[in-house]
Design a binder for this molecule. Structure first.
Ligand SMILES: Nc1nc2c(ncn2[C@@H]2O[C@H](COP(=O)(O)OP(=O)(O)OP(=O)(O)O)[C@@H](O)[C@H]2O)c(=O)[nH]1
Ligand SMILES: [Mg+2]
Length: 400
Protein backbone atom coordinates (compact mmCIF):
# COMPACT_ATOMS: atom_id res chain seq x y z
CA UNK A 1 0.00 0.00 0.00
CA UNK A 2 1.23 3.44 -0.91
CA UNK A 3 2.39 5.64 1.97
CA UNK A 4 0.46 8.91 2.06
CA UNK A 5 2.23 12.16 2.83
CA UNK A 6 0.33 14.55 5.07
CA UNK A 7 2.02 17.93 5.39
CA UNK A 8 1.34 20.39 8.20
CA UNK A 9 1.62 24.04 7.11
CA UNK A 10 1.12 27.46 8.60
CA UNK A 11 2.87 30.49 10.01
CA UNK A 12 5.53 30.28 12.72
CA UNK A 13 4.15 29.56 16.17
CA UNK A 14 0.80 28.46 14.76
CA UNK A 15 1.32 25.23 16.71
CA UNK A 16 2.27 22.92 13.84
CA UNK A 17 4.80 20.92 15.85
CA UNK A 18 2.45 20.65 18.83
CA UNK A 19 -0.22 19.23 16.53
CA UNK A 20 2.20 16.76 14.93
CA UNK A 21 3.32 15.55 18.35
CA UNK A 22 -0.24 15.09 19.50
CA UNK A 23 -1.33 13.34 16.32
CA UNK A 24 1.58 10.92 16.31
CA UNK A 25 1.52 10.49 20.09
CA UNK A 26 5.26 11.13 20.25
CA UNK A 27 7.61 14.02 20.74
CA UNK A 28 8.65 14.11 17.12
CA UNK A 29 9.28 17.84 16.85
CA UNK A 30 10.61 20.41 19.27
CA UNK A 31 7.95 22.80 20.51
CA UNK A 32 8.78 26.26 21.85
CA UNK A 33 7.38 29.75 21.92
CA UNK A 34 10.34 30.95 19.84
CA UNK A 35 9.06 31.65 16.33
CA UNK A 36 11.02 29.57 13.81
CA UNK A 37 11.73 26.56 16.05
CA UNK A 38 11.19 24.04 13.26
CA UNK A 39 13.66 24.59 10.43
CA UNK A 40 13.83 21.57 8.10
CA UNK A 41 10.82 19.33 7.41
CA UNK A 42 10.47 16.59 10.05
CA UNK A 43 8.73 13.33 9.09
CA UNK A 44 7.10 10.73 11.26
CA UNK A 45 5.58 7.54 9.92
CA UNK A 46 2.32 6.45 11.48
CA UNK A 47 -0.62 4.22 10.67
CA UNK A 48 -3.99 5.96 10.44
CA UNK A 49 -6.88 3.55 10.70
CA UNK A 50 -8.93 3.72 7.52
CA UNK A 51 -6.08 5.35 5.57
CA UNK A 52 -3.05 3.10 6.11
CA UNK A 53 0.60 4.14 6.45
CA UNK A 54 1.18 7.90 6.44
CA UNK A 55 4.11 10.24 6.83
CA UNK A 56 3.17 13.22 8.95
CA UNK A 57 5.44 16.06 7.84
CA UNK A 58 6.08 19.01 10.13
CA UNK A 59 7.44 22.09 8.36
CA UNK A 60 9.00 25.47 9.00
CA UNK A 61 6.63 28.46 9.12
CA UNK A 62 5.72 29.83 5.68
CA UNK A 63 6.22 33.36 7.03
CA UNK A 64 9.87 32.74 7.97
CA UNK A 65 11.95 35.76 6.99
CA UNK A 66 15.55 36.63 6.13
CA UNK A 67 17.70 34.75 3.62
CA UNK A 68 17.79 31.46 5.52
CA UNK A 69 14.16 31.83 6.57
CA UNK A 70 13.11 32.13 2.94
CA UNK A 71 15.01 28.96 2.12
CA UNK A 72 13.18 27.21 4.95
CA UNK A 73 9.77 28.38 3.87
CA UNK A 74 10.47 27.37 0.27
CA UNK A 75 11.29 23.85 1.56
CA UNK A 76 7.90 23.86 3.27
CA UNK A 77 6.23 24.79 -0.02
CA UNK A 78 8.10 22.02 -1.84
CA UNK A 79 6.71 19.53 0.66
CA UNK A 80 3.28 21.10 0.25
CA UNK A 81 2.95 20.67 -3.51
CA UNK A 82 3.96 17.04 -3.50
CA UNK A 83 1.84 15.97 -0.52
CA UNK A 84 -1.26 13.81 -0.68
CA UNK A 85 -3.00 16.01 1.86
CA UNK A 86 -2.16 19.29 3.58
CA UNK A 87 -3.33 20.77 6.86
CA UNK A 88 -3.33 24.58 6.83
CA UNK A 89 -3.13 25.82 10.40
CA UNK A 90 -4.27 29.30 11.38
CA UNK A 91 -5.08 30.98 14.68
CA UNK A 92 -7.17 33.81 16.06
CA UNK A 93 -9.64 33.71 13.13
CA UNK A 94 -6.89 35.21 10.96
CA UNK A 95 -6.99 33.43 7.62
CA UNK A 96 -4.97 36.10 5.85
CA UNK A 97 -2.46 36.43 3.01
CA UNK A 98 -0.08 33.64 4.06
CA UNK A 99 -2.92 31.18 4.54
CA UNK A 100 -4.70 32.28 1.34
CA UNK A 101 -1.52 31.97 -0.70
CA UNK A 102 -1.02 28.48 0.71
CA UNK A 103 -4.58 27.48 -0.15
CA UNK A 104 -4.18 28.84 -3.69
CA UNK A 105 -0.85 27.06 -4.20
CA UNK A 106 -2.38 23.78 -3.02
CA UNK A 107 -5.38 24.24 -5.31
CA UNK A 108 -3.14 24.95 -8.30
CA UNK A 109 -1.26 21.73 -7.57
CA UNK A 110 -4.40 19.66 -6.93
CA UNK A 111 -3.37 18.91 -3.36
CA UNK A 112 -6.45 18.45 -1.18
CA UNK A 113 -6.36 20.28 2.15
CA UNK A 114 -8.08 20.72 5.49
CA UNK A 115 -8.17 24.11 7.19
CA UNK A 116 -7.40 23.79 10.91
CA UNK A 117 -8.18 26.59 13.33
CA UNK A 118 -5.57 25.98 16.03
CA UNK A 119 -5.25 27.23 19.59
CA UNK A 120 -9.01 27.08 20.06
CA UNK A 121 -8.45 27.45 23.81
CA UNK A 122 -7.04 30.93 23.21
CA UNK A 123 -9.61 32.09 20.68
CA UNK A 124 -12.67 30.29 19.32
CA UNK A 125 -13.22 29.96 15.61
CA UNK A 126 -16.08 32.28 14.68
CA UNK A 127 -18.96 30.54 12.96
CA UNK A 128 -19.11 33.02 10.10
CA UNK A 129 -15.35 32.56 9.45
CA UNK A 130 -15.81 28.78 9.40
CA UNK A 131 -18.76 28.95 7.01
CA UNK A 132 -17.14 31.42 4.65
CA UNK A 133 -13.88 29.40 4.49
CA UNK A 134 -15.65 26.13 3.85
CA UNK A 135 -17.82 27.79 1.16
CA UNK A 136 -14.85 29.43 -0.51
CA UNK A 137 -12.43 26.49 -0.47
CA UNK A 138 -14.92 23.61 -0.41
CA UNK A 139 -12.85 21.80 2.19
CA UNK A 140 -13.32 20.71 5.80
CA UNK A 141 -12.64 23.41 8.40
CA UNK A 142 -11.92 21.95 11.85
CA UNK A 143 -10.98 23.29 15.25
CA UNK A 144 -7.94 22.13 17.21
CA UNK A 145 -5.91 22.67 20.35
CA UNK A 146 -3.22 20.68 22.06
CA UNK A 147 -4.68 21.24 25.52
CA UNK A 148 -4.75 17.83 27.14
CA UNK A 149 -8.17 17.85 28.83
CA UNK A 150 -10.11 18.32 25.62
CA UNK A 151 -7.59 17.20 23.05
CA UNK A 152 -9.05 13.73 22.60
CA UNK A 153 -12.09 15.17 20.89
CA UNK A 154 -10.11 17.48 18.63
CA UNK A 155 -7.75 14.72 17.56
CA UNK A 156 -10.59 12.39 16.62
CA UNK A 157 -12.33 15.11 14.62
CA UNK A 158 -9.12 15.87 12.76
CA UNK A 159 -8.43 12.19 12.08
CA UNK A 160 -11.98 11.77 10.83
CA UNK A 161 -11.50 14.68 8.42
CA UNK A 162 -8.18 13.18 7.25
CA UNK A 163 -9.85 9.81 6.62
CA UNK A 164 -12.63 11.55 4.71
CA UNK A 165 -10.19 13.30 2.40
CA UNK A 166 -7.69 10.49 1.84
CA UNK A 167 -10.41 7.88 1.58
CA UNK A 168 -11.77 9.73 -1.48
CA UNK A 169 -8.35 10.16 -3.03
CA UNK A 170 -7.53 6.50 -2.37
CA UNK A 171 -10.53 5.28 -4.30
CA UNK A 172 -9.35 7.07 -7.42
CA UNK A 173 -5.87 5.55 -7.34
CA UNK A 174 -5.10 3.22 -10.21
CA UNK A 175 -4.08 -0.32 -9.54
CA UNK A 176 -0.62 -1.25 -10.73
CA UNK A 177 -1.76 -4.19 -12.85
CA UNK A 178 -5.16 -3.56 -14.44
CA UNK A 179 -7.51 -6.53 -14.81
CA UNK A 180 -7.43 -5.86 -18.56
CA UNK A 181 -3.78 -6.93 -18.50
CA UNK A 182 -3.99 -9.91 -16.17
CA UNK A 183 -7.09 -11.01 -14.31
CA UNK A 184 -8.30 -14.22 -12.69
CA UNK A 185 -6.71 -17.35 -14.11
CA UNK A 186 -4.56 -15.47 -16.65
CA UNK A 187 -1.05 -16.89 -16.99
CA UNK A 188 1.68 -14.31 -16.57
CA UNK A 189 5.43 -14.66 -16.96
CA UNK A 190 7.66 -12.35 -14.93
CA UNK A 191 11.30 -12.03 -15.96
CA UNK A 192 13.52 -10.84 -13.10
CA UNK A 193 17.26 -10.84 -13.80
CA UNK A 194 19.38 -11.43 -10.71
CA UNK A 195 22.50 -9.57 -11.76
CA UNK A 196 25.27 -7.89 -9.81
CA UNK A 197 23.06 -4.87 -9.17
CA UNK A 198 20.33 -6.98 -7.54
CA UNK A 199 20.03 -6.63 -3.76
CA UNK A 200 21.15 -9.50 -1.57
CA UNK A 201 18.50 -12.11 -0.82
CA UNK A 202 15.39 -10.36 -2.11
CA UNK A 203 13.59 -8.99 -5.15
CA UNK A 204 13.35 -5.26 -5.77
CA UNK A 205 10.22 -3.38 -4.74
CA UNK A 206 8.65 -2.92 -8.22
CA UNK A 207 8.87 -6.67 -8.82
CA UNK A 208 7.39 -7.47 -5.43
CA UNK A 209 4.56 -5.00 -5.89
CA UNK A 210 3.66 -6.24 -9.37
CA UNK A 211 3.75 -9.82 -8.10
CA UNK A 212 1.48 -8.91 -5.18
CA UNK A 213 -0.95 -7.16 -7.53
CA UNK A 214 -1.04 -10.16 -9.84
CA UNK A 215 -1.80 -12.42 -6.88
CA UNK A 216 -4.55 -10.02 -5.79
CA UNK A 217 -5.95 -10.30 -9.32
CA UNK A 218 -5.76 -14.11 -8.96
CA UNK A 219 -3.48 -14.46 -11.97
CA UNK A 220 -1.27 -17.56 -12.36
CA UNK A 221 2.31 -16.33 -12.18
CA UNK A 222 5.63 -17.85 -13.23
CA UNK A 223 8.85 -16.04 -12.27
CA UNK A 224 12.13 -16.71 -14.11
CA UNK A 225 15.49 -15.19 -14.93
CA UNK A 226 16.29 -14.33 -18.59
CA UNK A 227 18.54 -17.39 -18.87
CA UNK A 228 15.43 -19.59 -18.46
CA UNK A 229 13.54 -18.00 -21.37
CA UNK A 230 14.73 -20.83 -23.60
CA UNK A 231 13.01 -23.33 -21.27
CA UNK A 232 9.60 -21.71 -21.52
CA UNK A 233 9.49 -20.52 -25.13
CA UNK A 234 8.50 -20.99 -27.91
CA UNK A 235 5.84 -23.28 -26.36
CA UNK A 236 4.86 -21.24 -23.28
CA UNK A 237 1.23 -20.17 -23.26
CA UNK A 238 1.18 -16.87 -21.43
CA UNK A 239 -1.32 -14.05 -21.66
CA UNK A 240 1.38 -11.48 -20.98
CA UNK A 241 5.09 -11.20 -20.19
CA UNK A 242 6.43 -8.55 -17.80
CA UNK A 243 10.16 -8.08 -17.66
CA UNK A 244 12.76 -5.91 -16.04
CA UNK A 245 13.57 -3.26 -18.66
CA UNK A 246 17.20 -4.33 -18.74
CA UNK A 247 16.25 -7.72 -20.19
CA UNK A 248 13.88 -6.24 -22.79
CA UNK A 249 15.92 -7.17 -25.83
CA UNK A 250 16.40 -10.82 -24.81
CA UNK A 251 12.76 -11.16 -23.88
CA UNK A 252 11.50 -9.52 -27.07
CA UNK A 253 13.58 -11.97 -29.07
CA UNK A 254 12.38 -15.05 -27.18
CA UNK A 255 8.65 -14.31 -26.98
CA UNK A 256 6.58 -15.39 -30.01
CA UNK A 257 4.35 -12.85 -31.73
CA UNK A 258 0.91 -12.40 -30.19
CA UNK A 259 1.98 -12.31 -26.51
CA UNK A 260 2.10 -8.75 -25.16
CA UNK A 261 5.46 -7.84 -23.58
CA UNK A 262 5.95 -4.95 -21.17
CA UNK A 263 8.04 -3.97 -18.19
CA UNK A 264 7.74 -3.27 -14.48
CA UNK A 265 8.70 0.34 -15.02
CA UNK A 266 6.08 0.85 -17.73
CA UNK A 267 3.47 -0.33 -15.21
CA UNK A 268 4.82 2.12 -12.64
CA UNK A 269 4.87 4.88 -15.24
CA UNK A 270 1.20 4.23 -15.83
CA UNK A 271 0.27 4.37 -12.18
CA UNK A 272 2.82 6.85 -10.96
CA UNK A 273 2.98 9.98 -12.96
CA UNK A 274 1.67 11.28 -16.24
CA UNK A 275 1.74 8.22 -18.48
CA UNK A 276 0.71 10.09 -21.63
CA UNK A 277 3.42 12.71 -21.17
CA UNK A 278 6.04 9.99 -20.64
CA UNK A 279 4.83 8.24 -23.77
CA UNK A 280 4.69 11.36 -25.94
CA UNK A 281 8.07 12.62 -24.73
CA UNK A 282 10.09 9.48 -25.31
CA UNK A 283 10.74 10.23 -28.99
CA UNK A 284 12.76 13.30 -27.88
CA UNK A 285 15.60 10.78 -27.39
CA UNK A 286 15.79 10.62 -31.18
CA UNK A 287 16.27 14.41 -31.41
CA UNK A 288 19.25 14.77 -29.06
CA UNK A 289 22.17 16.83 -30.39
CA UNK A 290 25.78 17.41 -29.44
CA UNK A 291 26.09 19.46 -26.25
CA UNK A 292 22.56 18.70 -25.03
CA UNK A 293 21.90 18.37 -21.31
CA UNK A 294 19.83 15.53 -19.91
CA UNK A 295 18.26 15.60 -16.45
CA UNK A 296 17.92 12.31 -14.57
CA UNK A 297 15.29 12.45 -11.81
CA UNK A 298 15.66 9.84 -9.09
CA UNK A 299 12.96 9.60 -6.47
CA UNK A 300 14.78 7.84 -3.69
CA UNK A 301 17.52 9.55 -1.75
CA UNK A 302 19.31 6.41 -0.59
CA UNK A 303 21.84 4.73 -2.78
CA UNK A 304 19.51 2.04 -4.10
CA UNK A 305 20.04 -0.58 -6.75
CA UNK A 306 18.29 1.68 -9.26
CA UNK A 307 21.21 4.05 -8.83
CA UNK A 308 23.18 2.05 -11.19
CA UNK A 309 20.49 2.25 -13.89
CA UNK A 310 20.00 6.01 -13.63
CA UNK A 311 23.58 7.07 -13.06
CA UNK A 312 25.43 4.60 -15.23
CA UNK A 313 23.36 2.48 -17.57
CA UNK A 314 20.91 5.04 -18.97
CA UNK A 315 23.56 7.73 -19.61
CA UNK A 316 25.75 5.13 -21.34
CA UNK A 317 22.83 3.88 -23.42
CA UNK A 318 21.80 7.43 -24.39
CA UNK A 319 25.30 8.30 -25.51
CA UNK A 320 25.59 5.13 -27.51
CA UNK A 321 22.12 5.35 -29.03
CA UNK A 322 22.39 9.01 -30.04
CA UNK A 323 26.10 9.01 -30.83
CA UNK A 324 26.10 12.55 -29.39
CA UNK A 325 28.17 14.31 -26.80
CA UNK A 326 25.69 14.64 -23.92
CA UNK A 327 26.01 15.85 -20.35
CA UNK A 328 23.91 14.71 -17.39
CA UNK A 329 22.57 16.17 -14.18
CA UNK A 330 21.25 13.87 -11.45
CA UNK A 331 18.72 15.08 -8.93
CA UNK A 332 17.56 12.86 -6.05
CA UNK A 333 14.51 12.90 -3.81
CA UNK A 334 13.04 16.34 -3.36
CA UNK A 335 16.30 18.15 -4.06
CA UNK A 336 16.02 21.37 -5.99
CA UNK A 337 16.09 21.06 -9.78
CA UNK A 338 18.68 23.34 -11.42
CA UNK A 339 17.19 25.87 -13.82
CA UNK A 340 19.51 25.04 -16.75
CA UNK A 341 17.98 24.33 -20.13
CA UNK A 342 17.51 20.60 -20.54
CA UNK A 343 16.64 18.89 -23.80
CA UNK A 344 15.22 15.88 -22.02
CA UNK A 345 14.39 14.67 -18.51
CA UNK A 346 14.07 11.04 -17.48
CA UNK A 347 12.22 10.12 -14.29
CA UNK A 348 12.90 6.85 -12.41
CA UNK A 349 10.15 4.29 -11.84
CA UNK A 350 9.38 5.93 -8.52
CA UNK A 351 8.88 2.78 -6.44
CA UNK A 352 9.75 4.75 -3.29
CA UNK A 353 7.65 7.83 -4.10
CA UNK A 354 3.94 8.56 -4.20
CA UNK A 355 2.08 9.32 -7.44
CA UNK A 356 1.56 12.87 -6.30
CA UNK A 357 5.26 13.40 -5.63
CA UNK A 358 6.17 12.12 -9.08
CA UNK A 359 3.46 14.14 -10.81
CA UNK A 360 4.44 17.35 -8.99
CA UNK A 361 8.09 16.87 -9.81
CA UNK A 362 7.49 16.01 -13.43
CA UNK A 363 5.08 18.93 -13.85
CA UNK A 364 7.66 21.40 -12.56
CA UNK A 365 10.06 20.29 -15.31
CA UNK A 366 7.48 19.87 -18.09
CA UNK A 367 6.21 23.42 -17.41
CA UNK A 368 9.52 24.70 -18.71
CA UNK A 369 8.89 22.94 -22.00
CA UNK A 370 11.25 20.03 -21.29
CA UNK A 371 10.06 16.64 -22.58
CA UNK A 372 9.89 14.21 -19.64
CA UNK A 373 9.86 10.46 -20.01
CA UNK A 374 10.76 7.66 -17.60
CA UNK A 375 13.45 5.00 -17.25
CA UNK A 376 11.41 2.12 -18.60
CA UNK A 377 10.09 4.02 -21.61
CA UNK A 378 13.54 5.38 -22.44
CA UNK A 379 15.10 1.93 -22.32
CA UNK A 380 12.24 0.45 -24.36
CA UNK A 381 12.69 3.19 -26.96
CA UNK A 382 16.44 2.73 -27.25
CA UNK A 383 16.03 -1.01 -27.55
CA UNK A 384 13.65 -0.48 -30.47
CA UNK A 385 10.65 -1.81 -28.58
CA UNK A 386 8.32 0.89 -29.87
CA UNK A 387 8.53 -0.85 -33.24
CA UNK A 388 7.74 -4.22 -31.63
CA UNK A 389 4.18 -5.53 -32.10
CA UNK A 390 4.16 -7.36 -28.73
CA UNK A 391 5.19 -4.21 -26.90
CA UNK A 392 2.58 -2.14 -28.72
CA UNK A 393 -0.04 -4.71 -27.74
CA UNK A 394 1.05 -4.32 -24.09
CA UNK A 395 0.69 -0.52 -24.25
CA UNK A 396 -2.72 -0.98 -25.78
CA UNK A 397 -3.82 -3.28 -22.94
CA UNK A 398 -2.81 -0.88 -20.19
CA UNK A 399 -4.14 2.31 -21.84
CA UNK A 400 -7.36 3.55 -20.29
N1 LIG B 1 -2.58 27.84 24.23
C1 LIG B 1 -2.11 27.12 23.23
N2 LIG B 1 -0.81 27.20 22.93
C2 LIG B 1 -0.36 26.43 21.91
C3 LIG B 1 -1.20 25.56 21.17
N3 LIG B 1 -0.45 24.94 20.22
C4 LIG B 1 0.79 25.39 20.37
N4 LIG B 1 0.87 26.29 21.38
C5 LIG B 1 2.06 26.99 21.86
O1 LIG B 1 2.53 27.82 20.80
C6 LIG B 1 3.95 27.85 20.78
C7 LIG B 1 4.43 27.41 19.42
O2 LIG B 1 4.09 26.04 19.21
P1 LIG B 1 4.82 25.13 18.15
O3 LIG B 1 4.10 23.84 18.10
O4 LIG B 1 6.28 25.10 18.41
O5 LIG B 1 4.53 26.00 16.85
P2 LIG B 1 5.10 25.79 15.37
O6 LIG B 1 4.02 26.19 14.43
O7 LIG B 1 5.66 24.44 15.21
O8 LIG B 1 6.23 26.90 15.34
P3 LIG B 1 7.55 26.99 14.41
O9 LIG B 1 8.24 25.67 14.45
O10 LIG B 1 8.33 28.07 15.07
O11 LIG B 1 7.11 27.37 13.03
C8 LIG B 1 4.41 26.95 21.91
O12 LIG B 1 4.70 27.73 23.02
C9 LIG B 1 3.20 26.05 22.16
O13 LIG B 1 3.14 25.58 23.49
C10 LIG B 1 -2.59 25.51 21.53
O14 LIG B 1 -3.41 24.79 20.96
N5 LIG B 1 -2.97 26.32 22.56
MG1 LIG C 1 7.51 23.85 14.73
Amino acid sequence: MEVRNIVVLGRRNAGKSSLVNLLTGQNVSIVSDVAGTTTDPVRKRMEIKGVGPCNIIDTAGVDDSGDVGKLRSSRSLMEAVSADLALILFTGNNFLDYERNLANLLKENDVPFIIVHNQEDVEHLEDDVRVSLSDEYKCPVVRFTWLKNISGMYVSELVEAICGMLGQAGDAEQSLVPESLAGEGDRVLLVCPIDRGAPEGRLILPQVQVLRNLLDNRAVVTVIQPSELKDVFPDGKYKVVITDSQAFAEVAQAVPEGIPVGSFSILFARRKGPFKLFLESVSAIGDLRDGDKVLILESCTHRASCDDIGRVKIPAMLKKYSGKDLSFDFVSGLDEIPESGYSLAIQCGGCMATSRQISARVASVAEKGVPVTNYGMAIAFMKGLFADANFKAFLHLIAE
